[in-house]
Write a protein that binds this ligand. Structure first.
Ligand code: HEC
Length: 129
């Protein structure tokens, strides 16, 4: 009887743990359309829409998810699941040469919180969600 109780107890613990983990996860899922898109619109779009100075100079457009994932004419700036390998993050964090830190020029730099949103979205696979 005690053996059964122990097993039942363990199962109950496991269920609680799983419940906690999955509900946490759901809260933390970053949405491209709801979370990432507004950050890009506010900080980057004026230069990275079709015909904008950033898009013209680098080929990096942000109007669509496909364009964003395609990157510049030299290659992708976002690598799904690999934050440190994503050049877009390096540039936003000002870790590259200051002359190419993003946003460019006189633009106010992007907030820590907005960068964090994009980092988490990339970590979670940079999905079109
Ligand atoms: C004021 C205009 C402007 C804004 C705002 C801007 N960019 Fe850019 N961006 C440029 C220009 C111009 C280039 C072309 C390359 C250069 O001059 O360094 C560029 C190039 C890039 C590149 C490619 C760099 C390379 O090595 O070719 C990335 C990635 C990038 N921008 C990301 C961003 C992100 C992310 C934001 C928003 C947080 C942003 N940009 C906001 C103007 C801008």
């Amino acid at each position: 009887m005690t053996g059964f109780n122990k097993t039942a107890g363990k199962l109950a613990m496991l269920c609680l743990l799983l419940l906690a983990v999955t509900s946490c996860d759901r809260e933390n899922v970053i949405s491209f359309s709801k979370d990432v898109r507004p950050v890009l619109d506010q900080n980057c779009m004026m230069c990275h829409q079709t015909g904008g100075e950033g898009e013209q100079a680098s080929g990096f457009g942000m109007e669509t998810y496909a364009a964003l994932m395609k990157g510049t004419r030299f290659g992708p700036m976002i690598i799904a699941g690999d934050v440190e390998g994503s050049n877009m993050v390096v540039l936003m964090e000002g870790r590259a040469d200051p002359s190419i830190s993003m946003p460019h020029g006189q633009q106010q730099s992007i907030s820590r919180q907005d960068i964090q949103t994009i980092r988490r979205w990339i970590e979670q696979g940079a999905k079109n969600n």
